[in-house]
Design a protein around this ligand. Sequence first.
Ligand code: PHE
Length: 456
Amino acid sequence: MPPSLDPPRLFSRGRPSERWGSSLGFVLAAAGSAVGLGNLWGFAYRASQGGGSAFVLLYLLIVVVVCLPVLVAEMVLGRSTGHAPLIAPVTAGGRRWRPLGWMFLASAVGILSYYSVLMGWTGRSLLHALTGPLPADIGGAEAYFIGISTGGDAVLGHLLSLGLTGLVVAAGVRAGIERLTKVAMPLLFVMLLALLLWAAFLPGAVEGYSTFLLRWDPAKLSDPATIRNAFTQAFFSIGTGIGAILAYATYLNRTSPISGEAVAVVGMDTAVGLMAGCVTFPVVASFGLGDVVSGSTVGALFIALPTGLASLGPAGRVVAVVFFLLAYLAAITSAVSLLEVPASSLMDRLGWSRRRAVWLSVAAIAVLGLPSALDVGVLERMDAVFGGVFLIAGGLALALLLGWRAPARYRADLEGSGSPPALVAALLFALRWVSPPAIAVGLVVSIADLARSWAG
Ligand code: PHE
């Protein structure tokens, strides 16, 4: 059935009508979605699992040739249909694409349910650094970490973080999301830059950079664990494949230069990942904490960082405060984009008010996140399934939808907003011929490697 014969009206009762205040507002909001805990924690702990510069290289390659065309496709899908993530795939591809809308919803809700738990840990670490001395040694830090990541503290952190996210999203696209990201993103860059300079003068700085960026082992390029890490990191960090950027793109006007905006978002996201690596690796190297971090648990940096900084006295506490504050800002600007997926879908599908849609979503996600708040093992599995497999599968579906099912929509939207035809042709070529096979391989390797790690 041609897409145009599938009337979205059947499904939509409240097509979103809000708009971004400016193109910069959108770019900062989208960069805020991309830049998150994934850049600060994920990048460091995945890069430290032995891939060295092979990991970084694969990651960069995947970002540019695989994720970028898909990110553009996700933006086109949002803007050209004007519909929320639940409905946009049907509008562009017909009824058979309905499951994709549900998959977007499931991934966003699934990810936010544990992401807010991680935010809770971050907020708690921030408060701790503000109010008391940092843990004196690894043993103390481990005990402290168990304290914040289990039981009442973890549940409270999860609920408060989700509540805060709800407040921003309920305030609306311009008055909530755009207002937050316009302040938070520049602040985040400044703080990260300051930490980068500080870390450059640590005694272990050079050693840190070299384990992270400069250790070259070509065999790692074909190591399944490195490939899975690079894939998951690229998709999770850019955040394409679950409808968050799609939801944001529905609030764009027709003239906004999407391909340039996508490059800006990807550039900022990658820069923050690399910069964060240049902060954490010197810290880890100069305090001899390598083993703690490559232990590959989500908690590693929450333990390693405060322990390392503790030995620096008051200066270390200042650094810890800046780090956790910037991490919290990065996290909340991502969380709002995740919440926008179910919220905008409820508004669009059922005609609900923004407030009602937001608070109902928050309530459901709060309950769904409880198992992750109470058990770190559950959190890690949620991350592997939703943040790993679902996200990558969503990326594959997006490439097929816009590359093969509705390529005319991709071309028309981009050329209509002023992208040069040669650039559009290159993007479309990558979307059709590079992204799908590459993502399919990445998906298979990821699932196989995941199954092996769960079995063993
Ligand atoms: N990209 C975010 C991060 O790195 C997480 C995220 C994933 C946000 C998917 C939106 C969509 O933390």
